[in-house]
Every structure is written in C-alpha cells, then in structure tokens.
Ligand binder design. Structure first.
Ligand SMILES: Cc1cc2nc3c(=O)[nH]c(=O)nc-3n(C[C@H](O)[C@H](O)[C@H](O)COP(=O)(O)O)c2cc1C
Length: 175
C-alpha cells in the first residue's frame, strides 16, 4: 500500500479504536483530526468519524483538509445503529456534500454507554429514547429499534470485521 494517514473524530472512543485498528492493519500513522494540518497529509487519507444525531462529527475540518489534499480519501463512519442500506444512503446524502461527494464511505458499528456520555449528550439521548417509547415498536426504523434496546445498557458492537470492506478497497487501490 502507498503512504497514508488515518485521522479520527471521536468523543467516546469507538471511532478512535477503529482508527487505531486501521493503523495496525495499514501501517499508516493515526491522529486526532484536530491536531492535523493539510501539510501533514501525504497519500491516502482515511477519516474515522462518529455519528451524533445523524451527523458525522469532524466533517467541517475534513472538508478543509480535503481542499488542500490532492490524494485519495475514504471515510469510515461509526454509529450505534446496525447497518441499514436505506439509512446509510440518507446519512451519505446529508453529510457528504460539496468536496466530499465523491469520497467512498464505509460503516462500522460503535458502542453505547450512557454513563460515559456528557450531561448534554445523555439528556439528548434520554429524550430521544422517551419519545421512542411513546411510538408503536412495529413502526420503528432499524436505528430506533437498536436505540430502544440499548437504552440504559452498556453495549459494545465494535468489531474488526467492519473494516474488511474498507481494507479491501484500499488493497484494490494499491494494485
Ligand atoms: C448525542 C448522541 C447522538 C447519537 N446519534 C446517533 C445517530 O444518529 N445514529 C447512530 O447510529 N448512533 C448515534 N449515536 C451513537 C454513537 O454514534 C455511538 O455511541 C458511537 O460509538 C460514538 O462514537 P465515539 O465512541 O467515537 O464517540 C449517538 C450518540 C450520542 C452520544
């Protein structure tokens, strides 16, 4: 594989964990996106970003880095929901605009632990769960079902298996 750098945006550690696994698998260095400047990027840029309220965190910074970067890039987004093709398309449409449109996006499942969340995040998630509890479970979308099941529990779905499609794509690019 060519040169590359892995950057991440992660509040609670799952996106960072995937970035570190990718670093082991590729040999690329791995850094918090807030510490990276455009001049640090040579070759492939892989961004691992956590999803909060349907938004991939760190994208404004990624956009800045991408505009100054002429190499290839890939995005791995990390959320609590199980993979769902329709929801994934909506997530891409909503987040991958402008300079990010043509970047390939991959998905990995993260973790859920309300006891680790900041007060604001915990309050927001609790409100969301409360509103879900008022809804008929038969009308739940996959992410709603996962959230309702995870409420009040500690869940960790992180798994190296989610990296296979991204690693395969990188392998193809290196050929
Ligand atoms: C405030 C908040 C909002 C979230 N919104 C979503 C969401 O819209 N979709 C989703 O799949 N997961 C959502 N999650 C779950 C996170 O994506 C999941 O916990 C992930 O592992 C966080 O990554 P991190 O550990 O790198 O911060 C949310 C979590 C928090 C705290």
């Amino acid at each position: 594989m060519q040169n590359g750098l892995i950057v991440y945006s992660s509040k609670y550690g799952s996106a960072k964990k995937y970035a570190e696994w990718l670093s082991e698998d590729t040999g690329y260095a791995c850094r918090d996106i807030s510490e990276v400047r455009a001049a640090d990027i040579k070759g492939m840029l892989i961004f691992c970003g956590a999803i909060y309220a349907s938004g991939i965190s760190g994208l404004p910074r990624l956009k800045k880095l991408i505009s100054a970067h002429e190499g290839k890039a890939a995005v791995l987004c990390v959320g609590a929901s199980p993979f769902d093709a329709e929801a994934f398309e909506k997530l891409k449409e909503r987040n991958m605009s402008g300079k990010l449109t043509d970047i390939p996006v991959f998905y990995a499942r993260g973790a859920w632990d309300e006891s680790k969340m900041s007060f604001t995040d915990r309050t927001m998630c609790k409100l969301l769960i409360k509103s879900l509890q008022k809804q008929d479970p038969n009308t739940y979308e996959p992410w709603m079902k996962a959230l309702a099941e995870a409420a009040g529990k500690k869940c960790d779905w992180t798994d190296r298996k989610y990296l296979t499609p991204l690693l395969d794509a990188l392998g193809k690019q290196a050929e």
